[in-house]
Design a protein around this ligand. Structure first.
Ligand code: ADP
Length: 257
């Protein structure tokens, strides 16, 4: 299984994004984003609602296709202005696993079936092996006893942990988290952040959109503050969160802390 530290032996950073632009009609949501993510590092994206954080994550795994810029994840490089083929965009998507704000599990499938679905149907892996791996992944996220439970029998935090196991089951090289705790009851936020901490400690490369500043302080290697479709400030968490240089960053942090 991929251990999150990359599999190609490539010495370059796992992710390099240059000059990414994306519009929805007249709305310029990303205005030339550069992003570098070292292998085995955790990058946290913060910024006000509407600043383009989710769109950037979705561009990284080609759920959205930007107009211009390049995205490289490991050995898959896409020049967005060069009308990339659907096959190339699929290769890019396969490099990463996404955990969404709300878990989006199949309601009529058990936790185990939800985790097994992708490997069996999308990746055509043998069911028995996929189930064995899914069982191990559910144990890893602390849900060994919930394999047979349906989503409605699980708390929000447990559902979100199934969502994380499901992303891991696809053996991605990069994990993307889009506000993974913002739809949860406060008492279940901690269990999801704890799983994410464990993944970071194991060496997974992660890009996380979150308002959990404490998590960012403790776990992030790199913090990026976005506003209005640009990266306003980035650096180590102690600098960006503790002593921001930009007035916009300071105002945002004052509002949310
Ligand atoms: P953030 O994650 O920082 O809150 P988003 O990337 O979700 O920001 O959104 C940035 C802007 O793009 C918002 O104004 C949002 O309404 C708009 N937007 C996002 N997705 C779409 C879409 N599919 N169609 C039209 N507008 C969109």
């Amino acid at each position: 299984m991929t251990d999150g530290t990359g599999t190609t032996g490539d010495a370059r950073p796992l992710v390099e994004v240059r000059g990414l632009t994306k519009s929805f009609g007249d709305l310029h949501v990303l205005r030339g984003i550069d992003l570098t993510v070292a292998r085995g590092s955790v990058t946290v994206l913060i910024g006000p609602s509407g600043s383009g954080k989710t769109t950037l994550l979705r561009c990284l795994n080609s759920l959205e296709v930007p107009e211009a810029g390049t995205v490289r994840v490991d050995d898959v490089e896409v020049d967005m202005a060069a009308r990339p083929s659907p096959a190339l965009l699929r290769r890019l998507r396969a490099t990463s696993g996404m955990v969404f704000q709300s878990h989006q599990l199949f309601p009529h499938r058990t936790a185990l079936q939800n985790v097994t679905e992708g490997p069996v149907y999308a990746q055509r892996r043998p069911r028995a092996r996929a189930e064995a791996e899914a069982t191990a992944l559910l144990a890893k996220v602390g849900l060994a006893d919930k394999a047979g439970a349906y989503p409605h029998e699980l708390s929000g935090g447990q559902q979100q942990r199934v969502g994380i196991a499901r992303a891991l089951a696809l053996r991605p090289r990069l994990l993307l988290f889009d506000e993974p705790t913002s739809a949860l009851d406060p008492e279940t936020v901690g269990e999801v952040l704890s799983v994410m901490r464990d993944l970071a400690a194991e060496g997974w490369t992660m890009v996380v959109v979150t308002h959990e500043i404490r998590f960012a302080r403790q776990v992030a290697d790199h913090v990026m503050f976005m506003d209005g479709g640009v990266v306003v400030e980035e650096g180590r968490p102690g600098d960006v969160l503790g002593d921001p240089r930009q007035e916009r960053t300071r105002r945002f942090l004052q509002r949310i802390l």
